[in-house]
Design a binder for this molecule. Structure first.
Ligand code: BGC
Length: 463
């Protein structure tokens, strides 16, 4: 058992010099993405030109379509960096995740209608709506954007190329709802805007949830691949779509293991989003499961499930969730042996005898730790690349604090994830200045709807 586990852990381990090398390459790709439309990173202009100051006021309806949940909220921006929010959320039914994409928009309109059924919310009508869409969109204004593709195992090809706002607006009209969609933002953009509303030093946002991605503040004059106001002072936000880092390389750029290769080839968007597949919550549990499959095949662990569900790459994919891994790791860290054994039996279905259980618990925890640490390391690669770019281009000063808003279930709940990520970004950017780290990661829990509201309010402030 020891040899097998050690070998896998060493394959999953990324030493700091390797991370620095990847981060430099990431920085080059940030530049390429601003120069060329066919670059590895999409680097999508967001058409956000008015950044919130925290003084905006107004009530807005917001909708946030993620990879797992749909959230509807009434956001009241109160000014003075304050807001109140009333929200509801629903899991997105699996039946909507493939087939006709229009079903998703009908579902959204139906849930908005349910949300508005509360008399005190309905009394606020007509309302302007900010739409947070957690998938890549090619925008030509803040009010429009074509769906470029799906990710996170959603596959509704028929609406690719269509305007997400038009699809939503049509579904709302069909229900006779007096709502106009005034802003379309990616979840990274919503999170950045919301945190900017709370704290002006914010320059970047990262999502570490079902999917992973980041956005940051850029100068319009740097976006050379399309016509933009060339006024040097004008700032905007770029949705990096960082999940595609490494996708277009003939020679693999990312240190993929055989488990990553299998996961990718079995996924609905094979050859795409390889970086995301090594980082985000949709996939970590599956990487862990694929490792267990190999361990069972090699007789290192004994499988206790039925023959039909015997682990094999193609049998019951995604049956171990990142949440199961996280719960197990949490139980291990808090020395809750009973809970560890319960998860091993019920979720991992690995045999543990009295003699072997301590060893098995430790080895499984080490695997979980390595998978989650690798995710943290790759995320740090992206954050530090953006940070260096912003300093190099004089958008921030190396002496300033740089706030990065981070949201997503992995960051919020995976044991020690947030702490380790903070340590890593410091380690990678500290240079000779041992005492100082200017990058501050802050939890921006479920904030993207506040950002979508702030996007509308910030334009209204200018008018
Ligand atoms: C999508 C991004 C999104 C991220 C986090 C990725 O799969 O491509 O647009 O921001 O997930 O939700």
């Amino acid at each position: 058992m020891d040899c097998f586990i050690e070998e896998i852990i060493s394959e999953l381990t990324l030493p700091v010099p390797k991370l620095q090398e990847l981060s430099l390459r990431f920085e080059e790709e940030l530049e390429n993405g601003l120069l060329r439309p066919d670059a590895m990173l999409k680097m999508l202009p967001t058409f956000v030109f008015a950044l919130p100051t925290g003084s905006e006021v107004g009530k807005y309806l917001t909708v946030d379509l993620g990879g797992t949940n749909l959230r509807v909220a009434l956001v009241d921006l109160l000014g003075n960096h304050k807001y109140s929010i009333r929200k509801d959320s629903w899991p997105i039914p699996d039946s909507l995740k493939s087939g006709h994409g229009t079903k998703i928009f009908t579902f959204i309109a139906q849930k908005i209608e349910e949300f508005l059924a509360h008399p005190e919310i309905e009394a606020e009508l007509p309302l302007k709506l900010g739409f947070t869409f957690s998938f890549p969109i090619q925008q030509e204004s803040l009010q429009h954007g074509c769906i470029m593709g799906w990710s996170k195992e959603i596959e509704c090809a028929d609406v690719i190329g269509q305007d997400a706002v038009k699809l939503l607006q049509e579904s709302l009209h069909q229900r006779g709802l007096d709502i106009s969609v005034e802003a379309l933002v990616n979840d990274t953009v919503g999170t950045l805007l919301a945190q900017k509303y709370r704290d002006d030093r914010t320059g970047m946002s990262v999502i570490l949830g079902t999917g992973s991605n980041a956005a940051y503040i850029e100068r319009c004059s740097e976006i050379k691949k399309q016509n933009f106001p060339k006024n040097d002072q004008q700032l905007t936000l770029i949705n990096i779509e960082w999940g595609t880092f490494g996708d277009t390389e003939a020679e693999p750029l990312l240190p993929l293991t055989r488990f990553d290769v299998t996961l990718d080839s079995e996924s609905k968007n094979s050859k795409q989003q390889k970086f995301e597949k090594m980082i985000s919550g949709m996939y970590l549990g599956e990487i862990f499961r694929l490792i267990l499959c190999e361990a069972v095949e090699k007789g290192i662990f004994n499988w206790t499930g039925t023959d039909e569900t015997k682990p094999a790459a193609s049998v019951s994919p995604y049956s171990i969730k990142t949440k199961d891994m996280s719960d197990f790791h949490e139980a291990f860290v808090s020395e809750n042996r009973e809970k560890c054994l319960e998860i091993i039996a019920e979720k991992f279905k690995i045999e543990c005898s009295t003699e072997t259980s301590d060893k098995i618990i430790t080895q499984l925890a080490r695997l979980c730790e390595s998978i989650s640490l690798r995710s943290c390391c790759l995320c740090a690669v992206g954050i530090t690349a953006v940070y260096r770019r912003l300093i190099r281009h004089d958008i921030i000063k190396s002496t300033d604090l740089f706030t990065v808003a981070v949201d997503g279930s992995l960051y919020q709940h995976y044991p020690n994830y947030s702490k380790i990520l903070q340590e890593l970004v410091c380690q990678m950017t500290r240079g000779s200045d041992e005492a100082c780290c200017r990058i501050v990661l802050v939890m921006a829990e479920d904030l993207s709807s506040v950002g979508a509201a702030a996007a509308i309010a910030a334009i209204e402030n200018i008018k």
